[in-house]
Design a protein around this ligand. Sequence first.
Ligand SMILES: Nc1ncnc2c1ncn2[C@@H]1O[C@H](COP(=O)(O)OP(=O)(O)OP(=O)(O)O)[C@@H](O)[C@H]1O
Length: 359
Amino acid sequence: MALDRISLTGFRNHAASDLAGTTRFNLLVGENGAGKTNVLEALSLLAPGRGLRRAALAEMVRAGSETGFGVGASLAQDGEEVRLATYSESANPGRRRVRINGAEASATSLGEWLAVTWLTPSMDGLFTGPAGDRRRYMDRLALALDPQHASHAARYDAALRERNRLLTDRREPESGWLDAIEAQMVRHGSALMQGRARLVETLAVRLAEMPAEPFARPALTYNPGAPDHADGLSQALFDNRKRDRAAQRTLAGPHRDELDVVHAAKRVPAAQSSTGEQKAMLVAMTLAHAGLAAQGRAGLLLLDEVAAHLDPVRRAALFEQLRGSGAQVWMTGTELAPFDSIAGEAAVWRVSGGEVARA
Ligand SMILES: Nc1ncnc2c1ncn2[C@@H]1O[C@H](COP(=O)(O)OP(=O)(O)OP(=O)(O)O)[C@@H](O)[C@H]1O
């Protein structure tokens, strides 16, 4: 189960790039700004969600292009070919369309075929940045396990905004109105929290099965920002009405959840670990998630500029883990040298000025 015959049309700096003859390991090599990450981003759109840059669709359309972008790939599965495609319409650039075997489909249904996991340099600050980044990270990973997760997150956020709006109103909000909004928050918020809890729990089990070294194995704990069951969350929202009105915002709920990450062997919070250790922990979490997500589906692992940031021992260990992962792997780099020990098993693609050629 792997993607092949990948095409990018009018996507970022790619006018028309075709990649055929892919293998388990695929290396995209080229100068800065060549368009390597753009290929990974295009592949990440073959899953539900906003892709690895979380960019607006209009931003992905090639500058100067009159039409929208298109990304297509074929997936060989049990001797059959499934054609996956996603595109933006020129008339309606904000709307993403999906076709599976030529028939119109929802973006969510892409998740039935493919499990996509990625690690990019923009995630380097995950442990030191704001808690909201870690909540988004949990949600993206949970989405790969449960396609409904994103809708719970979006609906909880919408209800939370509505409650906060009422709390800042000069007039005392009607309790019936608050009841209705809080019911929405409880319904979607408890599902959201359970999805996050399940994700962290299964990820922790998977991580425990991985060797502690040379990757700095992280220990993960999910810390809910309110009781994570419906009755408890409902009661907390009700009890906090007065306090929240004084604060002019909702102080407890899944929007205050935290993901705690600790370097397991050293018992040091990830935020206080070295840059290299943080990267190694992220790699371990990415690999663990790829293993979880792939169950029964084709796994696609996108690693942007990962090899160059690891020392040779960790790099060799990464390649060894990748060989055992079963996923199709795409890695980028400005040079081929860091990939020496895996290049013999890989398809190498030279990327330059938005064009891709098989080396
Ligand atoms: N909508 C767009 N239309 C045309 N070009 C775009 C568009 N969006 C981004 N680009 C261009 O794509 C290039 C960046 O490509 P990408 O991020 O894939 O580079 P890269 O090969 O991964 O480079 P690096 O090694 O520096 O990370 C930039 O030159 C950027 O200006």
